[in-house]
Design a protein around this ligand. Structure first.
Ligand code: CA
Length: 221
């Protein structure tokens, strides 16, 4: 899943990006409000972490503009400590959650996971699907109780398809959500990755809809 981090303090932005990348997300960083607004409006992000104190265009304005333009991605705002009026402004502008600085990365990750789950309508950190169980906190997969080791790319793809089960996901959308920005976009890469994942899973799970994309059907059980 692709996440936008809009934060002008380079060290904080880099720290967040490192933690998110290690947790299986793809991260873009915007260091000012204009860039954040532009990226949020033109790219398809699963969620945004938005510092309210940004240069060139403040976070509240960025967020209000996105919402006015119909960008509905979940947004977690970062506010200065004790600044309750920032929080109120952020929530009024359309934020889904907030976190005061300084914060623990674990809390940021937990809030982000909760936002992502709510945005696709799944309530739990552990996704069960038939005999498959994906623990999104520990990035662990088991099938019928058997642990399955996944590479970060395989994890990102499986997690994305499971979060969007019941819907056909195009190759382009998968490419955008699981690869870093500078990745050479080659449609074969997705096909190869799906084939590798299927071999590892050894169960019928990911369906191909030729010309449209891939689908994990809803679990009827
Ligand atoms: Ca700032």
């Amino acid at each position: 899943m692709r996440i936008l981090v809009a934060e002008d303090e380079a060290r904080i932005a880099t720290d967040i990006a490192e933690v998110l990348t290690a947790s299986g997300y793809v991260v873009d960083i915007a260091a000012d409000g204009e860039d954040a607004w532009f990226r949020g409006e033109t790219e398809d992000y699963a969620a945004v972490i938005l510092d309210l104190g940004l240069p060139s265009l403040d976070g509240v304005t960025v967020l209000s503009r996105w919402r006015q333009q119909g960008c509905h991605m979940p947004v977690l705002v970062l506010t200065a400590r004790g600044s309750w009026n920032d929080r109120v402004d952020g929530i009024d502008a359309g934020a889904d959650d907030y976190l005061a600085k300084p914060f623990h990365m674990e809390e940021l990750l937990a809030r982000l996971r909760a936002l992502l789950r709510r945005s696709v309508g799944h309530g739990a950190a552990v996704i069960s699907h038939g005999s498959l169980v994906l623990d999104t906190r520990q990035m662990r997969l088991t099938i019928a109780g058997r642990p399955v080791q996944l590479t970060p790319l395989e994890y990102r793809m499986l997690s994305y398809l499971l979060h969007h089960r019941g819907r056909v996901v195009s190759q382009l959308e998968l490419t955008e959500q699981i690869y870093a920005q500078d990745f050479e976009r080659d449609s074969n890469a997705i096909e190869v990755l799906v084939a590798r994942l299927r071999r590892k899973l050894k169960i019928k799970l990911i369906e191909t809809r030729r010309g449209f994309g891939y689908l994990i059907a809803n679990d009827d059980a």
